[in-house]
Ligand binder design. Sequence first.
Ligand SMILES: [Zn+2]
Ligand SMILES: [Zn+2]
Ligand SMILES: [Zn+2]
Length: 158
Amino acid sequence: MNPVGFEKHDHADCIDTALAAIEEQCAKAGLQLTPIRKRVLSILLEQHRAMGAYEILDVLRAQGLKAQPPMAYRALDFLVRAGFAHRVERLNAFVACTAPGEAHAPVLLICRGCAAVAESRADTSAALGRAAADAGFAVERSVLEAEGLCPHCQDPAA
Ligand SMILES: [Zn+2]
Ligand SMILES: [Zn+2]
Ligand SMILES: [Zn+2]
């Protein structure tokens, strides 16, 4: 399965679909998608790349909001907890989830050339579960991160 994020696709549609799915899930789960949370999520969805909290803050300010760092951090914390975004530890940054709300053990493919992040939907939970079971460990949450070069950065002429 191709990871979302490195392919050409209908991006406007991709943002609308994701936002609609997330709004529906919030309504069902009784989560509040406040205007600031929604705005931060839209910024992440817009990009398909990892963004640091301060970079997001800059965008919010450029949009005319008097946003302070705690505001951005709280919104990001909500989005990560709700499963609408992932934290990219390697980059100390955040990326919108491409399968929001679904229980999954994502593999984040991080391009060191352009910071694009694609989320592979390949299911690693089985292999991880086996490895953990050998150690008698119960996995609750996992995010795998792989660093490398995206198709564009491997061959800019393509
Ligand atoms: Zn898109
Ligand atoms: Zn995800
Ligand atoms: Zn790249």
